[in-house]
Design a protein around this ligand. Structure first.
Ligand code: OSB
Ligand code: MG
Length: 369
């Protein structure tokens, strides 16, 4: 497989409603759709997930552009690749910048699957025909508002709700939520808003029958999380702390978590995601697929990855309509009864809605061999 051309479409899409986390509020999403063409004219698509500001991770839209343009794309165009797994190793001389790497690697995987006449899910080794998904709910202005939002998503069929928490919006709020929805699968995500000093406070969550608490402590920590996990009954799930297979292995050996949220962009691509998935499967660690407020292309990659067997917990891949007035794929991602039907067409399995893509495009840059 020889990559002949890469087109970076820089898009800006407005979210239907602002999404508030412990570290900041998102009103829109600026990102790249990577369009890639091979020597036979096959076209593959990838999506970059870095945000405009370095709140969640150090990567931003601008750093990913710099990395792709000045380093990664030239490395891809240089010579053929046998398998998409080779992209990860080819990029391994570049430190981190996983989201930039992943955007390109995702497009290579799409082309590879299309060349084999397989869906991306099948090419990755996934077998599920449909996947269970949940939804992530940002910090709201009041508990009353939160309960209304949850009720609405429950009515849409979402079966697992993830509630964003931060100091001042946590235990009391979750008590109210649990009281209002006694049987609902619930979890919380703190995005690193706490330290070990909050241990006794966080232990109160143990009474609320939560599926897990996601990334309570520092974004770069696995040691303190191990201390916390020993004292908490609620499973700890790591998100920000895991950037690679090696990070996952170390966290599991240390006992830092019982669950891992795999985000394709955060770990540098689908190949590394599969390796983490396989390792977790062999070590009795459940995984699920996280989200980065993706548009349709990124969403399609998340769906394909989630078809692997050890994605036993519902992910954050909600339907297109949760985020966008109009998505850039056709058909859009639809959630029915908390499930998404996995497309069977070759590659990512969705068509690009060129009209929508062009409408959201801010700039377009082409790179050729
Ligand atoms: O921590 O998973 C997170 C959104 C932005 C940044 C970080 C996170 C999130 C979400 C939403 O929880 C996931 C989604 O709906 O795509
Ligand atoms: Mg998270």
């Amino acid at each position: 497989l020889q990559v002949e051309q890469v087109i970076l479409h820089k898009l800006n899409m407005k979210l239907k409603s602002p999404f508030m986390t412990s570290f900041g509020t998102f009103d829109d999403k600026e990102f790249f759709v990577v369009e890639m063409i091979d020597e036979k004219g096959n076209i593959g698509f990838g999506e970059s997930v870095a945000f405009s500001s370095p709140w969640y991770s150090e990567e931003t839209v601008q750093t990913s552009e710099h990395m792709m343009r000045d380093f990664l794309i030239p490395m891809l165009l240089e010579s053929p690749i046998d398998h998409p797994d080779d992209v990860y190793s080819r990029f391994s001389t570049i430190r981190r910048n996983n989201m930039a790497k992943s955007a390109l690697e995702g497009a290579v995987w799409d082309i590879y699957a299309k060349r084999q006449g397989k869906s991306l899910a099948t090419a990755l080794g996934g077998e599920k025909k449909e996947i269970d998904v949940g939804i992530s709910i940002g910090i709201q202005s009041s508990v009353k508002e939160l309960l209304t939002v949850i009720e609405g998503f429950a009515a849409e069929g979402y079966k697992r709700m993830k509630i964003k928490v931060k100091p001042g919006w946590d235990v009391e709020v979750m008590r109210e939520v649990r009281k209002a929805f006694p049987g609902l699968p619930l979890m919380v995500d703190a995005n690193s808003a706490y330290t070990l000093k909050d241990k006794e406070h966080l232990k109160q969550l143990d009474d609320l029958d939560l599926m897990m608490i996601e990334q309570p402590l520092a974004h770069d920590d696995i040691f303190d999380h191990a201390v916390l996990q020993r004292e908490l009954e609620t499973p700890v799930c790591l998100d920000e702390s895991i950037h690679s297979f090696e990070d996952a292995r170390r966290a599991i050996e240390l006992g830092s978590c019982k669950i891992i949220n795999i985000k394709i962009g955060r770990v540098g691509g689908l190949s590394e995601s599969v390796r983490i998935h396989d390792y977790c499967q062999n070590h009795d660690i459940a995984v699920w697929c996280g989200g980065m407020l993706e548009a349709g292309v990124g969403r399609a990659h998340n769906i394909a990855l989630t078809t692997l067997a050890n994605f036993t917990l519902p992910g954050d891949t909600a339907g297109s309509s949760r985020y966008w007035e109009k998505d850039i794929i056709s058909p859009e991602v639809i959630v029915t009864n908390g499930k998404i039907h996995v497309p069977e067409n070759p590659g990512i399995g969705f068509d690009i809605n060129r009209t929508a893509l062009n409408e959201y495009t801010v700039t377009k840059t082409e790179f050729s061999r």
